[in-house]
Design a protein around this ligand. Structure first.
Ligand SMILES: [Zn+2]
Length: 361
């Protein structure tokens, strides 16, 4: 028997021998071209069905699920061979993915893609989302992000890599790639797995400062006695991240941190990439709003975020801050005038406050 094609699959017919070879190989490329039915189980399957292979003498081939059904067979529940739309959809989506992968640096509209896949734009959009989980546009962005990461690892600057990867501007880069490149809560929980972190260290009047950035912003700034101590702190915070020292890339960011610590004038902090609970983030945002030269008590900060009874939790969020001076938790003190704790040591907190207070006077 030669299997004829259905209108839905305008491809060359498959002969029985080819069909049986495809079944033995579980060849997904022939899904949608035919189904095979098994007399002993009364079930029909796609060629790629993961089920155990039947004996050849019990197998019949049909050009379409409808033909198999008419002959009294039931569709397999594992491979769902009568989902013909799914089969055609899978092929169309594969074509769309291949096309997008071939044009990483070009603008591809949904209409372009729909033409390539011989599907209506709306149908393609829906189908792509259903099978891949994101829209074609988002998928294309993800491909650019991958290219961007590869370039970043190869040592290109963030901005330069952004242009090279097809992002129109660095702003677009951060907007589009931020979620993928920054420290997402998931990535943070996994110790920074999958996140590329660049860091540099510099010397200040209160110790060695280490500044670490993702492509989205500063994810950590630690102060310690020497470089090896702050590097250990970084690796303890993000044990699974890909941390690379990169003095050249971070010279501006590092200068900004050194200035925030040692300069007599206010310095605008670089963008930060902070991960925390909603409560922690609201505390950190409130801390960033405290002007240089001023102080707040834990209770005042708790009131400022609308949680007046949460002074202790505010103190906890201060202690959990990973970005010294850019999130100036040293400006938050106890209600009785005591300094309160500081992750990088009370003497450093006192020194920072003393310099800032001197500025103001
Ligand atoms: Zn099956």
């Amino acid at each position: 028997m030669t299997i004829s094609t259905t209108p839905a699959s305008p491809l060359a017919p498959v002969c029985d021998d080819e069909a049986w070879s495809a079944v033995l190989a579980r060849d997904a490329l022939l899904d949608g071209r035919f189904v095979y039915a098994v007399r002993t189980t009364n079930v029909f399957c796609r060629p790629s069905c993961p089920a155990r292979r039947p004996n050849r003498e019990n197998v019949r081939f049909f050009a379409s699920p409808l033909d198999a059904r008419r002959s009294g067979y039931r569709a397999c529940r594992r491979c769902r061979p009568d989902d013909e739309a799914g089969t055609a959809a899978e092929q169309a989506v594969e074509r769309a993915r291949a096309y997008l992968a071939s044009k990483p640096n070009e603008r591809v509209t949904l209409a372009d893609l729909a033409r390539v896949c011989e599907m209506s734009p709306a149908h393609l959009q829906r189908t792509f989302k259903r099978l891949i989980g994101v829209t074609p546009r988002r998928y294309h962005q993800a491909l650019r992000v991958e290219a961007f990461r590869a370039d970043s690892r190869a040592g290109r600057s963030v901005l330069d890599a952004g242009f090279h990867a097809g992002f129109g501007s660095s702003r677009a880069l951060y907007e589009q790639a931020g979620d993928a490149l920054g420290m997402t809560p998931g990535a943070y929980r996994r110790g920074g797995a999958g996140v590329a972190i660049a860091y540099a260290t510099g010397v200040t009047s209160i110790g060695v400062v280490l500044v670490a950035v993702t492509a989205r912003g500063v994810c950590a700034a630690f102060i310690g006695d020497d470089a090896s101590q702050v590097e250990r702190e970084l690796r303890a915070e993000f044990p699974a991240a890909d941390c690379q020292r990169d003095e050249a890339e971070l010279s501006d960011v590092l200068d900004a941190f050194i200035a925030m610590i040692d300069s007599d004038v206010a310095t605008t902090p670089p963008p930060v990439d902070l991960v925390g609970t909603d409560f922690q983030r609201s505390v950190w945002d409130a801390i960033r709003a405290i002007p240089r030269g001023e102080r707040r008590t834990y209770a005042e900060l708790a009131a400022a975020i609308g949680r007046p009874a949460s002074a202790r939790a505010v103190a906890g969020a201060c202690a959990a801050n990973r970005v010294a001076v850019a999130v100036p938790c040293h400006r938050v003190i106890r209600g009785d005038g005591g300094l309160g704790g500081y992750r990088w040591g009370e003497p450093r907190k006192r020194a920072l406050l003393s310099r800032e207070t001197t500025d103001r006077s």
